[in-house]
Design a protein around this ligand. Structure first.
Ligand SMILES: Cc1cc2nc3c(=O)[nH]c(=O)nc-3n(C[C@H](O)[C@H](O)[C@H](O)COP(=O)(O)O)c2cc1C
Length: 324
């Protein structure tokens, strides 16, 4: 297990608040970093293109000010997510801006991130790449990434099919670098479980949609409070890649969640308008939604996760045979 120095020194909790299309905004990212977990957002959320520079300026400045005013507090670095796909015509522009602002971490999704790795390493930035399979993990390692995000069964948005109990140990058998586990992690006990199975960090998305800062309509946040794991539907219809969505939003859009046709991968469109429309109407969510019962401020939620994490550690230590 290994963590880069940047993360070893600056996290209050071993967590990355994952990037979420439309939902992640500077307010959420800044509050996550101030609370001591990595905050992140997809570059494509900053629309139109020039807005990205405003977001980078704001996040960089507010976190620097906060660090100066609270020298004893662990303030986490932030990350920007780049969708590496032919339809993302902003990729070069967005990566160049991240180089200009020396964004501490870039998170890459979909295709192998060679271009992004070279750019980030030019100034000492880190690159973590999203994968759902062993083949993709090996390809990303060839590109020189600094860590792998294993997106397992039950994750919100595009999700893999493998259990974390299968994928993490398999990747660990050939990789001793940073592993970040994604999929239905919504409480402090699951953060500890991610470490126990062999990951260094937990990657949490859906739980942060139901916070005051997240850019999601009140109805979406309430639907998360009202739903449980069985209300999550796994379908490729909306983007061409399998992902997890809230059943109630599919019904509200006039479709039968139990009879959805297959999606067409060739129509995937990042940067155009159709992707935004799909995600605005069809609400992405992971199977951890059954553990969401309120819509707190982000700072309050992270403090709660820390308490749960510590309590889980004590509980496991106290109950494990032969540990005394
Ligand atoms: C609404 C929503 C939008 C998402 N958008 C993105 C995205 O733009 N880029 C990305 O890399 N991952 C995206 N994800 C996946 C998350 O980064 C992460 O893998 C996932 O949320 C973790 O699972 P959890 O939601 O069960 O915690 C999205 C997830 C959700 C729920």
């Amino acid at each position: 297990m290994s963590l880069p120095q940047l993360l070893r020194d600056n996290l209050a909790l071993p967590v990355i608040g994952s990037p979420m299309f439309i939902v992640s905004n500077p307010e959420l990212v800044i509050e996550q970093c101030k609370a001591g977990i990595v905050g992140s957002f997809p570059a494509l959320n900053a629309r139109p293109e020039p807005v990205l520079e405003q977001w980078l300026q704001r996040i960089t400045a507010e976190l620097a000010q906060f660090r100066q005013a609270h020298p004893q507090t662990k303030v986490a670095p932030f990350a920007v997510n780049q969708i590496v796909h032919a339809s993302n015509q902003r990729l070069q522009h967005d990566v160049a801006l991240c180089v200009k602002y020396r964004v501490p971490i870039m998170i890459t999704s979909l295709r192998a991130p060679d271009l992004v790795v070279e750019a980030a390493h030019s100034y000492g930035g880190l690159v973590f790449h999203d994968v759902t399979t062993i083949a993709h993990a090996k390809r990303a390692l060839k590109a020189g990434v600094d860590g792998l995000i294993l997106v397992c069964n039950g994750a919100g948005g595009h999700a893999g099919r493998l259990s974390p109990f299968a994928l993490v140990p398999e990747v660990r058998s050939f990789y001793d670098g940073t592993i970040i586990l994604s999929g239905a992690i919504a409480g402090g006990d699951a953060i500890l479980a991610a470490q126990a199975v062999g990951a260094d960090l937990a990657y949490i998305g859906t739980r942060f949609i139901a916070t005051r800062e997240a850019n999601a309509p009140a109805g979406y946040k309430q639907a998360l409070v009202d739903s449980a794991a069985e209300d999550i539907v796994y379908s490729s219809l909306f983007t061409g890649v399998h992902g997890n969505y809230l059943r109630s939003s599919i019904v509200a859009a006039g479709m039968d969640p139990d009879r959805l046709p297959e999606g067409d991968k060739s129509t995937m469109d990042f940067g155009g308008g159709s992707d935004a429309k799909a995600w605005r109407d069809i609400w992405g969510a992971g199977q951890g939604t059954g553990q969401i019962h309120d819509v707190p401020a982000t700072a309050e939620l992270v403090a709660r996760l820390e308490r749960e994490y510590r309590a889980a550690r004590e509980r496991v230590l106290a109950s494990s045979t032969g540990s005394a």
